[in-house]
Write a protein that binds this ligand. Structure first.
Ligand code: ARG
Length: 310
């Protein structure tokens, strides 16, 4: 039997969902990366931002990340902001050089359950507001069905994370994304959503403190959540692995991505997190993301998962 309730479960109420009742969801196994052509740190919208970006080093790190995805992911695709620029010029009038965070594709939208469409984001900051137009132009060109942004603030898969293999959405809120957005998403996508309040600016997106590795396992930074939130996480995942606090804060270790249920790509320099993953049977693949961490992002933020078009 499968549940297809488009209900929102607030973590403060006991969650009546059971994993076994949730509908199957095919993997979103196309990884979208955005070329870091305009990447830089020009402003300060999260507590990690600061420092001089070395553009060449950033490009080298991004290329290495792409190489790891090319080797391990089913399909990898790249958005080049110099190409989408013509399509959005009239719409937004924003110079792409003034969209230095566009490389963080996780925030641009959310794939629909079957992966053939995307819901666009509504960015919380003026600094990033122009980015989804580039993503929308690219999606149309590729043939993805582009659905309007919700009426509330919503930063895409930075905050809305699909449960692996299931039609269940985890919804972070409280810093960038409004909790109210999940009513709209649940109704439009026809899926249940479990919301999780983020308690600190250090965990300004769900993907810096919550990384589902497979159907039964999640890697978290517990201090990001309320007690109710943590309890809800424990009620839905059989195994809850913990990232050491310093590695979450200093190395954005939890901002990792389990590509295939085994291979976990994470920022280099997080040896204790690598050990946690290896002890639990995963294969950690560290990649240097230091330049991107100057903007507050690492592996998970640098990719967006989409379905594969026929
Ligand atoms: N500087 C960007 C911001 O503050 C970093 C985004 C990181 N993205 C993420 N999904 N955590 O919005």
């Amino acid at each position: 039997m499968s549940t297809n309730v488009s209900a929102v479960f607030d973590e403060a109420q006991p969650c009546s969902l059971s994993l076994g009742d949730l509908a199957y969801r095919p993997a979103h196994d196309t990884v979208l990366l955005v070329r870091p052509t305009y990447f830089d740190v020009h402003y300060d919208i999260n507590p990690y931002m600061g420092g001089e970006v070395d553009g060449e080093r950033a490009l080298a790190q991004w290329r290495e990340l792409k190489r790891v995805y090319d080797q391990n992911a089913a399909s990898v695709t790249v958005l080049d902001p110099t190409e989408t620029w013509d399509a959005v010029r009239d719409e937004s009038g924003v110079d792409p050089e003034r969209l230095p965070d566009m490389v963080f594709s996780a925030n641009h939208g959310l794939a629909t359950p079957d992966g053939t469409g995307v819901i666009l984001s509504r960015m919380a900051t003026d600094e990033r507001a122009g980015e989804p137009a580039h993503f929308a132009a690219w999606c149309r060109e590729q043939g993805y069905d582009v659905l309007d942004a919700p009426p509330h603030l919503f930063e895409g898969t930075g905050d809305a994370i699909w449960h692996p293999g299931k039609e269940l959405l985890w919804g972070g809120y409280g810093v960038r994304t409004d909790q109210a957005v999940y009513d709209d998403l649940a109704a439009r996508l026809g899926v249940p959503v479990v919301t999780l309040e983020l308690t600190s600016e250090y965990y300004y997106h769900l993907d810096v403190c919550f990384a589902p590795l497979d159907e039964k396992t999640v890697l978290v930074q517990p201090e990001a959540f309320t007690d109710d939130g943590l309890q809800t996480i424990h009620s839905m995942f059989e195994r809850v692995l913990t990232v050491p606090r310093e590695e979450s804060r200093e190395g954005l270790a939890c901002n990792c991505h389990c590509i295939d249920g085994e291979t976990v790509v994470l920022g280099a320099g997080n040896p204790r997190t690598e050990q946690v993953l290896a002890d639990a049977g995963y294969r950690p693949v560290p990649v240097e993301t230091g330049e991107f961490q100057k903007a507050g992002g690492s592996v998970c933020c640098l990719k967006l998962q989409l379905g594969r078009l026929p």
